[in-house]
Write a protein that binds this ligand. Structure first.
Ligand code: NAP
Length: 172
């Protein structure tokens, strides 16, 4: 049976991916920062006979990611979707850049997927599909006000190289 790991699965795109893969008969590992507060996700997990498992994971915390990987140590992950992400502070202009916000965006959106990929590389390597998807918006001028928002550069699509996924940072 195919298995998928989705980060940021308690709401937004991540929750929708979890619902749809579950409906398609996949085994779903739905990761989120705070499972106790993820009522929608826990509700979805009810009566699935273990097909949807809610996993605790903060992608900025390497130990949290490693703990999740240990919890799933014998599982083959066919598809990893890095959906956890943030947009950062809005309204930034040249001369008014919030570097702390940028650092946090890069931590969540760029280093987060890297942490997950690193900790789950064995799980991915033992699967059939070995597919990693990291969705990020580009540098985008906000219409009308001349400001830019930045969601962080993306990790390039992974390729199976030997039994290890290969990855590279590149501009979104
Ligand atoms: N929606 C779109 O049309 C669209 C288009 C292009 C790109 N994107 C990008 O795709 C990503 C997801 O979008 P979305 O619309 O689903 O966003 P969203 O509704 O704001 O959901 C963000 C998810 O990321 C989680 N998250 C934030 N920080 C985290 C961390 N440190 N560790 C683990 N999870 C964390 C959030 O968990 P909490 O509930 O705990 O905060 C939440 O589950 C974002 O990076 C977004 O910029 C979205």
């Amino acid at each position: 049976m195919a298995a998928i790991l989705i980060t940021g699965a308690n709401r937004g795109l991540g929750f929708e991916f979890a619902s749809q893969y579950l409906a398609d008969g996949w085994r779903v590992f739905a990761a989120c920062r705070n499972p106790d507060a993820a009522s929608k996700l826990r509700c979805l997990a009810q009566d699935t006979g273990g097909m949807l498992n809610v996993i605790a994971m903060d992608v900025t915390d390497a130990q949290s990611v490693r703990n999740a990987a240990t919890q799933l140590k014998d599982v083959a992950i066919d598809v990893l979707i890095n959906s956890a992400g943030i947009a950062g502070a809005s309204g930034q202009k040249t001369g008014n850049v919030d570097y702390q916000s940028w650092a946090h965006v890069l931590d969540v959106n760029t280093m987060g997927p890297l942490r997950v990929l690193e900790s789950f590389s064995d799980h991915i390597a033992r699967s059939e599909r070995k597919l990693v998807i990291t969705r990020r918006g580009p540098w985008a001028p906000e219409p009308g006000n001349g400001t830019n928002r930045f969601r962080g550069c993306s990790l390039g699509p992974s390729r199976a190289v030997g039994d290890r996924p290969e990855f590279a940072a590149r501009p979104a």
